[in-house]
Design a binder for this molecule. Structure first.
Ligand SMILES: C[S@@+](CC[C@H](N)C(=O)[O-])C[C@H]1O[C@@H](n2cnc3c(N)ncnc32)[C@H](O)[C@@H]1O
Length: 312
């Protein structure tokens, strides 16, 4: 598979956030930003599980659109470990759902999860690295690409490929954009206020480098409706969905926040000031009363945007 980097943040996301959905890249990618998708399985799975409410709402919104009336086959492109694949199988009970990904180890996780949830008869997988393996994909009524298109160098080329795979009346749903995740108050009592805003700025730089290093990287203005139109698709609507976990967090959610900061510490080390790095070190120290393990004001608030288009 090819290598990619993902946001360093704990979720998926984009907007240059180093979202936690970390990913893997072996090979190329910006200096500090490479992930190995192979080893990101547990973290990707945990992140997606945390966002199940948000994604459930998003998938049900898509299911209610006229463009998604008769859905018999769904492609979940860049499925990762299949948390959303299985969710899609639940939201579209008449459909076969195919997880498509460039990382075989993640597809294995997707298959195992589907079996565990009793969805094994309707979930299958295709190993494909896009755009070069577009020919391995099959036609579909819904193509869902969650936090994955931005890992592909030629996003327009991939979208054009999707347009060619849609059955009459079919739709594409992209999860791209939204808002940077917030996990701490603006002023946390240590270091300069606004740490997460500075992390966002560093992540945006990192994200630009990550994209520039992708194979066949092509710069695109992230106007998804314009891109849909450029490949012959008709925009059907855009909506954003919140993940809103207020303080105090569950143990699982707190672990996710710790992982997110740990990843940011690693990936953004060259892009943050010494002062901010020292604050992040304190946040990551389990023994520090001001750290993420012990403070009471940690939360998770994020917004993911879903853009839908139909075959023209
Ligand atoms: C951030 S994860 C998203 C996982 C899942 N869709 C979600 O929203 O939770 C991105 C996924 O896209 C896959 N991916 C990245 N670039 C790819 C490419 N060029 N072709 C196929 N899959 C790719 C990665 O292996 C990873 O599983």
């Amino acid at each position: 598979m090819t290598k990619h980097t993902e946001q360093v943040h704990g979720g998926h996301g984009h907007h240059g956030q180093t979202h936690g959905h970390g990913h893997a890249a072996h090979g190329h990618g910006p200096d500090a930003g490479d992930f190995d998708w192979d080893v990101m399985g547990p973290m990707l799975e945990q992140n997606a599980e945390l966002g199940l409410g948000q994604y459930g709402e998003a998938a049900r919104w898509v299911a209610g659109l006229p463009a998604a009336r008769e859905v018999r086959r769904v492609l979940d492109v860049g499925s990762g470990p299949g948390v959303i694949t299985c969710l899609l199988a639940e939201v579209f009970p008449e459909a076969e759902v195919i997880a498509v990904d460039g990382t075989p180890a993640l597809l294995e996780r997707a298959r195992a999860r589907a079996e565990r949830l009793g969805l094994g008869d309707r979930v299958r997988t295709i190993h494909a690295e896009l755009p070069q393996d577009l020919g391995k994909l099959v036609e579909a009524d819904l193509i869902w690409a969650g936090n994955s298109l931005h890992h592909m160098g030629d996003q327009r080329g991939v979208l054009a490929g999707f347009a060619g795979l849609l059955r009459p009346g079919g739709a594409v749903a992209l999860v791209e954009g939204g808002l940077p995740t917030r996990q701490l108050p603006r002023d946390i009592g240590i270091g300069g206020a606004g740490l997460e805003a500075r992390i966002d700025a560093a992540s945006a730089d990192w994200f630009a480098d990550m994209r520039a290093a992708l194979p066949d990287a092509r710069q695109e203005t992230e106007d998804w409706n314009a891109l849909f139109c450029a490949v012959g698709l008709k925009p059907q609507g855009t909506r954003s969905f919140l993940l809103d976990l207020p303080a105090p967090l569950s143990t699982l959610a707190r672990e996710h926040v710790v992982e997110t900061f740990a990843r940011q510490r690693e990936v953004l080390a060259d892009r943050l000031s010494e002062e901010d790095l020292a604050v992040i070190d304190r946040l990551l120290d389990p023994a520090d009363p001001a750290g993420l393990h012990r403070r009471d004001d940690v939360f998770v608030l994020s917004a993911r945007t879903v853009q839908v288009a139909a075959r023209g």
